[in-house]
Design a protein around this ligand. Structure first.
Ligand SMILES: O=C(O)COP(=O)(O)O
Length: 228
């Protein structure tokens, strides 16, 4: 591992930021809850459901349908979700337009790349692997890597430490309140993308900047935002 703490670290959220996973999250959740007789959810529902992992997505789907969910059922549905999602992965999930070129540009400028996602490691690693993206990131942390996850600052700070980088040279890119709040909590700048799964307009999250396409993500922008 490199310990060049002067190299900027660009930290990406995964679902709704790097990769559009929505078709597969919706299909996997609907497969999971259909077995219990729950009405299917839609893409629009996803913004309320996703963000804190699979357990929470199932819990929120039950709350949305005003159905009680006991621990035993939740554990069983978690396994059902995992089997289906992993069995169909990568499905229709794909990187957002311009992501690959942006990674090339940042890497070419000597910047380090990381993923900090609330998706658990056993989903994050195979998804990135199957999309040929895993080796693009020197550091990948999931929702169960540490005892904390976004919006807790320690998820980001732990990612930075693992990458051998420094918080004063790091930036977070995300689509939701978890990402932008975690960046604020960690006192690092943030870039919001408006095409992900936020249930509020990303401007209301008060990120350092909003980019509407990855063509705007350049080494010059990163350097400017981290203040040097
Ligand atoms: O899996 C989730 O619920 C959220 O994942 P994310 O942090 O990559 O958006």
């Amino acid at each position: 591992m490199s310990h060049d703490t002067t190299a900027p670290l660009v930290i990406f959220d995964l679902d709704g930021t790097l990769i559009d996973t929505s078709p597969d999250l919706v299909a996997s959740l609907n497969h999971t809850i259909a077995a219990e007789g729950l009405e299917p959810v839609t893409y629009d529902d996803l913004t309320h459901l996703v963000g804190q992992g699979v357990h929470m997505m199932i819990t929120r789907a039950y709350a949305m349908r005003e159905r009680a969910l006991d621990e035993e059922t939740r554990a069983r549905l978690f396994n059902r979700f995992m089997d289906f999602y992993l069995g169909t992965m990568p499905g229709a999930s794909k990187p957002y337009a311009g992501v690959l070129d942006a990674l090339d540009r940042l890497e070419g400028a000597g910047m380090k790349l990381a993923v900090c996602t609330n998706k658990i490691e056993s989903l994050t690693f195979p998804l990135l692997e199957k999309l040929g993206l895993k080796d693009r990131f020197g550091t990948i942390t999931g929702g169960d890597t540490f005892a904390w996850r976004k919006p807790d600052a320690r998820h980001i700070l732990g990612t930075i430490e693992k990458a051998g980088a420094s918080a004063s040279r790091s930036i977070m890119i995300g689509d939701s309140v978890n990402d932008i709040a975690a960046a604020k909590n960690a006192a690092i700048p943030s870039i919001a993308v408006p095409f992900g799964y936020s249930d509020v307009p990303v401007a209301t999250l008060d990120p350092s900047i909003i980019i509407s396409h990855y063509d705007e993500l350049t080494p010059a922008l990163v350097t400017r935002l981290i203040g040097g």
